[in-house]
Design a protein around this ligand. Structure first.
Ligand SMILES: *Cc1c(COP(=O)(O)O)cnc(C)c1O
Length: 834
């Protein structure tokens, strides 16, 4: 059961207890007072938050609400609706009760809410369909909220009981409502339609299979479409031909239809989708408008869901620019769900983060929408932990849920789920006590879509790893936990109010895409990138925090404004260009960051130019100085401490001068990772952390506090015995001085394994032993001397890891970990571990 959010606290009462008699045809059997009803609940475990909740004792398949009335009373609930079969004498010991008796509590709940709903006049969007309802509803809520105070179903509360509870959240202050409705049998939508009374309707899609409760797909569509009986407008995708035909047949004369299509020019909106490297471009064309949007989603299901939202909102006059901004900020429900390519043409839906029934429903929904091109669906689930429902009931509910989704194969992992094996009635169901058992008897997967979802303690990511498609063998593994730990370490070095700017230039130091979102979740305050494209990339990844761009150019200002990025201003010329730009584009406000030259002589405004700068800034009220900063050149070593101190002094002087003359209080920041470690006294308002977040690149004395986050590894492709005196590789550079075993590994300088590591300068780790390179490094491969070590094809080879320091490896060829990390090429697959 789901907790209904606490928005009734200061709201109007839904009704008074005595009103219920007329509304529900019920009978008051005990009454202490005619109290207001301020909230509805059906589950004694949920916390109520207002003073006068009303408990409906609902009789479900596995659950009888009447059994929980005493418990609810203990928790302070005094008003109840019960069925006539309930034995009232149980309540004799209780005082202050209001009891209404009805024939059927679900019906009474619905009647009450139909009455309540009819008091409101507001635009209500009703959503139904087979898949995507909950996500479209959540996203629509997010979009609409930028303009209207919006209410919608909590979670996936879309059933005969869920919908009335959702409707009870309506308050006079709401300007828009979005309610989804789901049905499993015929003749049930009409009731939900009365409850929702949508003014507009949206049909998401229809699943290919017809399910038990319906005669065929057409009947299913007809039944679902009952929701729209009184809508003025219905929105849908014309590519679902049956939906198109059925809606036209049912409502042809009385209703306006707004439809869209990926290919049919007859649709009201033609949608052209283009999959780019990391995002999708959606061009939405109508007779008189043409708008293009970018989203970081690429899978079919999300694209369909987003298009539904965009078409609806465009059609209702939403500003495309605002839509694009909201689109970037969508906190997608399935954001934690990632789609991965699996072995043997499988697709993996990786949701190994949380596990309860509500989120499982969403994941299953997502799977159904993905699966059209796959004939088989497999679900792998762990035990559900931390549920307050008794196991028996919980797993029964789980099995029922899965049965609804027509799963082909079910794999349960864990001792508890295995106990309830008989509940699961899929064509094939297999159970393993542990992940290790699964690994030892791994089932075969081919041409199927596989949902993997489990409680975190089960670490089902190990299963995902095992069934994932293996690339050319070289991977960069990144431990999110290590990054989190490093962040905590740095935070402990900071004063309470000091902010953290995470520097994620060069694809987060080569570590790539998942890192910024994780850092945002873990509470950094700002992001810093080198180029505008990197900033746009972050926005497309759902980053909503402010982003500073360190190398802005004139032609990037447009994108800066569109994506709310904040340029570093390092010269008067650049400021001139910016001011010309904002005048031309009539920009209301832009945040900038003043970079002060204090001794690096790279980019920065020199002391002599400061007065001129101030004079200009005073004339530019639309330009807001968000921060003043500079950068230390010698923070890594003690020998430059004097110079660092001079830089700091100069920075303080100039920053204070600017603050005084402009009467502003921007953030001040000076130090990077090593700057903070060496000079914590110069943390000012913010620190800029880069390399340290990855747990490398710091002084040896600090290293033991940090966790190196990245592991670069590969496998052995071939092993050869070579006699003494032969030469290995190009230009015969490697000469065997004895009979030698050579292992060839699929990583070369094009992957980021520098050519400088050749001829024994570099080494790799195989079976815990350092093994030198032999001969030159090739573009895609390298040869390793493994003489005396028992190795075979497929064995793991570590280039660097937490135990085998990248800093030491870098030192061998006279460079630093920053360079090695950022040189790892895009063709090396990244894998993230939590
Ligand atoms: C790259 C960079 C940083 C981060 O430095 P680390 O040594 O990686 O912590 C901080 N500030 C500026 C200006 C940078 O360019």
């Amino acid at each position: 059961m789901v907790v209904i959010p606490s928005i009734l606290l200061n709201g109007m009462p839904l009704a008074y207890f005595n009103n219920l008699v007329a509304i529900t045809n019920g009978q008051v059997v005990i009454q202490a007072a005619n109290s207001p009803i301020t909230e509805l609940t059906i589950d004694s475990r949920n916390k109520t938050i207002t003073q006068f909740p009303l408990f409906f004792a609902i009789v479900g398949i596995n659950h009888n609400g009447h059994d929980y009335i005493e418990e609810a009373y203990e928790k302070g609930i005094r008003q109840f609706v019960v069925e006539s079969s309930y034995n009232l004498s149980i309540l004799e010991k209780f005082r202050d009760l209001n009891i209404l008796q009805v024939i059927h509590t679900v019906e009474a709940l619905q009647q009450f809410m139909v009455f309540y709903r009819s008091k409101y006049r507001l635009p209500v969007l009703g959503i139904t369909g087979s898949n995507g309802k909950t996500i479209v509803k959540e996203w629509m809520h997010a979009f609409l909220s930028s303009k209207y105070k919006t209410v919608s179903n909590p979670s996936s509360y879309n059933s005969q009981v869920g919908v009335p509870l959702a409707v009870s959240l309506l308050q006079p202050s709401h300007q828009y409502a979005v309610f989804e409705a789901g049905i499993t049998t015929a003749d049930t939508m009409a009731k939900l339609a009365l409850l929702i009374q949508p003014t507009h309707g949206l049909f998401t899609n229809i699943g290919p299979a017809h399910s038990q409760g319906f005669r065929d797909i057409t009947q299913k569509i007809e039944e679902k479409a009952q929701l729209f009986a009184h809508c003025s407008t219905i929105y849908y995708c014309k590519d679902h031909q049956l939906i198109d035909e059925t809606l036209l047949r049912l409502y042809g004369t009385q209703t306006t239809f707004v439809n869209w299509s990926f290919y049919n020019p007859k649709a009201d909106y033609l949608v052209v989708r283009e999959i780019l490297a990391t995002k999708t471009k959606l061009q939405i064309i109508a007779s008189d408008t043409d708008n293009t949007f970018l989203t970081s989603f690429q899978d079919n299901a999300s694209i369909e869901n987003i298009t539904h939202c965009l078409v609806y909102l465009l059609h209702n006059g939403f500003d495309p620019g605002q839509l694009q901004r909201s689109l970037l900020q969508l906190k997608s429900i399935p954001m934690r769900i990632t789609l991965k390519a699996g072995m043997h043409r499988c697709q993996i839906i990786d949701d190994t983060y949380t596990h309860e029934l509500a989120s499982l429903r969403i994941a299953l929904d997502f799977m159904q929408q993905q699966h059209y091109s796959y004939s088989k669906q497999t679900v792998i689930l762990s035990d559900i932990v931390q549920s307050s429902t008794p196991d028996q009931e919980l797993y029964k509910e789980l099995a029922l849920l899965l049965a609804k989704y027509a799963i082909h194969r079910f794999i349960g992992i864990g001792p508890i789920i295995s106990q309830y094996a008989t509940l699961f009635s899929m064509p094939q169901s297999i159970f393993f006590g542990t992940v290790e058992d699964f690994m030892q008897n791994k089932p075969f997967f081919q041409d199927e879509v596989i949902l993997v979802k489990g409680a975190r303690t089960f670490r089902l990511e190990r299963i995902v790893r095992a069934i994932e498609k293996k690339c050319h063998g070289t991977v960069l593994e990144i431990s999110m936990r290590s990054i989190r730990n490093n962040l905590s370490y740095f935070r402990a070095q900071l004063a309470h109010r000091t902010k953290i700017m995470a520097i994620v230039k060069a694809s987060a130091y080569g570590n790539d895409s998942e890192i910024p979102a994780a850092l945002q979740r873990h509470g950094v305050d700002y992001f810093g990138v080198a180029y505008v494209d990197e900033g746009i990339y972050l926005r497309n990844k759902g980053i909503t925090l402010p982003i500073m761009v360190m190398n802005p150019t004139y032609d990037s200002f447009d994108a800066m404004v569109d994506y709310q990025l904040e340029p570093e201003i390092y010269s008067l010329e650049l400021l001139d260009e910016l001011s010309a730009f904002i005048a031309e584009r009539a920009v209301q406000k832009i945040n900038i960051h003043l970079k002060i030259e204090t001794g690096m002589y790279r980019l920065g405004i020199e002391e002599g130019a400061i007065d001129q700068l101030l004079w200009q800034l005073k004339e530019l009220p639309n330009i807001h100085v968000a921060s003043i900063f500079s950068h230390l050149v010698g923070a890594e070593s003690k020998e430059h401490d004097d110079y660092s101190l001079l830089q700091a002094k100069k920075f303080i002087k100039i920053a204070q001068y600017i603050e005084r003359h402009l009467a502003i209080k921007p953030l001040k920041h000076l130090v990077n990772t090593n700057g903070l470690l060496r000079f914590p006294q110069f943390q000012f308002d913010m620190v800029r952390l880069g390399i340290g977040l990855y747990g490398v690149g710091v002084d040896k004395t600090i290293q033991s506090h940090l966790f190196p986050a990245s592991t670069l590894k590969t496998i052995i492709s071939q092993v050869k015995q070579v006699q003494k005196g032969e030469t290995i590789g190009y230009n015969r550079k490697g000469i065997t001085t004895q009979d030698t075993t050579i292992a060839t590994i699929p990583i070369g300088y094009a992957d980021g394994f520098s050519r400088l590591f050749g001829c024994g300068k570099g080494s790799v780790v195989i079976h815990d032993r350092y093994c030198p390179t032999i001969g030159t490094i090739c573009m895609d491969m390298a040869m390793i001397d493994v003489t005396g070590i028992k190795v075979k094809r497929g064995d793991e080879v570590i280039i660097f890891s937490a135990e085998h320091s990248i800093d030491e490896l870098a030192e061998r060829i006279g460079t630093i970990s920053y360079e090695l990390l950022t040189q790892i090429s895009q063709r090396v697959k990244r894998m993230y571990y939590t």
